[in-house]
Design a binder for this molecule. Sequence first.
Ligand code: FMN
Length: 308
Amino acid sequence: MQWQTPICLLSGHTGFAEELGNIPFFPATSIGAIVLKATTLEPREGHPAERVCETPLGLMNAVGLENPGVEAVIENKLASLPNLSISKQNPDIQWIVNVAGFTVHEYAMVIERIEKSPYQSYVSAYEINISCPNVKKGGAVFGHDEVLAAEVISECRKKTTKPLIIKLSPNQTDIANMAEVCINNGADILSAINTVAAMHIDTHRQKTYLSAGRGGLSGRAVLPIALLNVYLIWQVANSYNIPIIGQGGISNGDDAISMLLAGASAIGIGSALARDIRVSKKIIKSIEKYCQTHGFSHYSEITGKLSL
Ligand SMILES: Cc1cc2nc3c(=O)[nH]c(=O)nc-3n(C[C@H](O)[C@H](O)[C@H](O)COP(=O)(O)O)c2cc1C
């Protein structure tokens, strides 16, 4: 990963990054990459409200992949990436398109449309969100089924030479095996974890807080789950030299260092931005201090240094 720093902002947390550069003192130079909001072939309105709620230790969401569809994303979002104020503050930020779909064809077409657009060079990589249900296979989640995952990755692979980042779901029995399937079918990088399936209930209304009934849990509560999953993936990914973008519940420097120790090469931040939009700078400082204290000359030397 050719990023200026090991920090990336995660999909769904900063939209298409249009507002970021207007936030006073936003630490733009602490960001290595930004993953844009999910893009699907057709526009999607997403689920009705409520789509996001707080839990005692994190956020829950069931946004339903709201986005204007790939054509509008190309014309109205990707086209203006170099002109965003955040890009002026840090022209080295790498832009990653998060791709979602409900059939294999949809995933592949999103990439094809972007690759054929005049703005394809603004995109450094595609992150494939395989946590979507396949409508043609009775709603089976792509990322929970080896055959479906292999199919979607190999079709995406045919559409681009840019790095493919495959985002893995923790809601499956053997994430390490799935990581290997992804690598064998064309993944260049893995990212983990996506949100954890969960439910939150409003006892007064006797209803779930989210309109969709269930949703994905992110934020502090999921950090220990994320660490174990990244550690399990690392056992496989390391032998193929495939880097991992570790994410899930990271909200300070110590969390980030834990993630590197578990096997991540880069750190994703999402829910923590809601509490502290400038947290990335603090994390970078903590990592630098940790390197000095523990005799590492570069943060990359921390990756996988966990001993059991
Ligand atoms: C409101 C919201 C929207 C999200 N949208 C997406 C999305 O469009 N695509 C995706 O792959 N992940 C999406 N995610 C998952 C995040 O990218 C990230 O994997 C997750 O929040 C875990 O990291 P965190 O604990 O640091 O927030 C979303 C999460 C939240 C809370």
